[in-house]
Design a binder for this molecule. Structure first.
Ligand SMILES: Nc1ncnc2c1ncn2[C@@H]1O[C@H](COP(=O)(O)OP(=O)(O)OP(=O)(O)O)[C@@H](O)[C@H]1O
Length: 441
């Protein structure tokens, strides 16, 4: 070998051989790294618009510190501020295409795709997805991202109630989250609100009790009574008090079918109260009106979602009606409706509390006012309207009370509900004791 050292032909050949080996190794290495990149070094995550996390993720990308996209989609909304001013707000989200964001000192490529050829047959919305891709092997970055996105979305609605409405097979957020209504602002007759709240709190604390006995974990409340007695306001305030959202199911939607109703109730967003309002407007007594069924939605379909095989687990449902007498008895039998409460015309207790809500420093006038107005059949909504007129002067509210009382008495004199005595009202309020947890009582 020593002989060959210094030989120029040998040196050149040796160099070429080395280069060949080097190039081969490089090619191997680059092929290997490509395979690695393909298999291991890039982590991707796709979130589609079928997933509840989709809006959170879009909102998360949108935060100014990480959003570097130049192609924006604008959304305009109108909001009423605390001072009553109406404000127009603009928000931006990354439009379909490629974007780059930074998160935890990593660059992440974000691709938002919108399929024009694939639409959701129920909603008509195009199929959308966002794909995140970053270098690395650890997918925990995406877990952190999703948790952060969820937390940010929940923070935004922390002191608000989100209203969802049923739309064919799914729930869609209706408008912006609403400021919570304080529970004390809805004044029900003595003890009524507390009974419902206690029952609901007990239900919430009894999950294991239901599971142990194989009883479906759901509770159904029926609020019935006169218009303007606070049925809707109370449910809304109660949802806010418990930190729940509200899902309003419109049974009068002509396109609603049994399947859609069952599907909607099986995918109720978490922490939500489902409300079916004015249930009497849809189904009347079957015997009295045999053709009182809507096409698409059948009476048995409704009974099935209340407690049949298609009834979902884990549900809080409120039904409201102004005419409980018109409802088929099958709907309100125990097991389907667990608690029934009557919300009627303003009682003396409610009138006094409402007066003090409007005029907290005029307690000396409250008895005189209540004396004149109680028993006239005035609803709480009417009382509220009257106090709004006199909102700056408690004395004028008392002075005009006799006129108001006369007008209310003549307006409501035909209301059968006005002639109810306390025993009759008690019989209209019921609570089926068979399902409630006796151990917690
Ligand atoms: N018990 C109450 N306490 C305080 N405000 C009330 C009460 N009842 C009604 N109101 C007021 O009256 C208005 C109408 O109330 P709401 O819609 O809740 O009544 P409702 O019983 O659901 O009526 P309807 O049966 O016509 O749907 C609301 O502005 C609400 O603030």
């Amino acid at each position: 070998m020593d002989v060959l050292k210094g030989n120029p032909y040998f040196d050149a050949g040796f160099g070429l051989a080395l280069m060949g080996v080097g190039l081969g190794l490089l090619r191997q290495a680059s092929r290997y790294s490509l395979v690695l990149a393909r298999r291991h070094l890039l982590v991707s995550m796709e979130v589609t618009n079928k997933d509840p996390a989709y809006p959170w993720v879009l909102q998360w990308i949108n935060s100014p510190q990480r959003f570097m996209a130049q192609h924006l989609t604008a959304t305009t909304s109108v909001q009423t501020s605390a001072t009553g001013d109406v404000q127009t707000l603009f928000s931006f989200s990354p439009s379909p295409g490629r974007h780059i964001i930074t998160y935890k000192r990593r660059w992440i490529a974000v691709e938002r795709k919108r399929e024009q050829s694939m639409v959701n047959v129920n909603t008509g919305q195009p199929f959308e997805s966002v794909m995140f891709t970053t270098v690395g092997t650890d997918r925990r970055i995406y877990e952190d991202l999703l948790i952060e996105a969820q937390r940010a979305a929940l923070q935004e609605t922390e002191d608000r109630t989100v209203i969802y409405k049923s739309f064919t097979f799914k729930w869609q957020q209706f408008g912006h989250p609403k400021r919570r209504r304080p529970l004390e602002s809805v004044i029900l007759d003595e003890g009524v609100a507390d009974e419902i709240i206690d029952d609901l709190q007990d239900f919430k604390a009894s999950y294991q009790w239901y599971v142990d006995r194989g009883i479906p974990y759901r509770r159904c409340y029926m609020l019935h009574g006169t218009p303007g007695s606070g049925k809707t306001s109370f449910i809304t305030a109660l949802a806010g008090h418990l930190g729940y959202n509200i899902c309003i199911l419109s049974l009068s939607d002509p396109s609603l079918t049994d399947d859609q109703l069952a599907q909607c109730l099986s995918v109720v967003p978490q922490q939500s109260i489902v409300v079916m309002e004015d249930i009497d407007a849809v189904f009347v007594d079957r015997a009295a009106k045999p053709d009182g069924f809507k096409p698409g939605l059948s009476f048995s379909g409704l009974l099935n979602v209340l407690d049949g095989v298609v009834a979902g687990e884990e549900r809080i449902l409120f039904l409201t009606t102004n005419h409980i007498d018109r409802l088929d008895s099958a709907i309100i039998r125990p097991g389907r409706v667990d608690v029934t409460k009557f919300l009627g015309p303003a009682t003396r207790f409610q009138i006094e509390k409402m007066f003090l809500k409007f005029f907290p420093s005029d307690s000396s006038l409250v008895s005189q006012f209540a004396e004149n107005v109680s028993g006239t059949g005035a609803s709480m909504a009417e009382l509220q309207g009257y106090f709004m007129i006199h909102k700056h002067n408690a004395q004028s509210a008392v002075d005009d009370a006799k006129f108001f009382a006369r007008a209310m008495a003549s307006k409501h004199k035909t209301d059968s509900i006005h002639s109810l005595n306390p025993e009759m009202i008690n019989s209209l309020n019921s609570k089926s004791k068979d399902v409630i947890n006796p151990e917690s009582k």
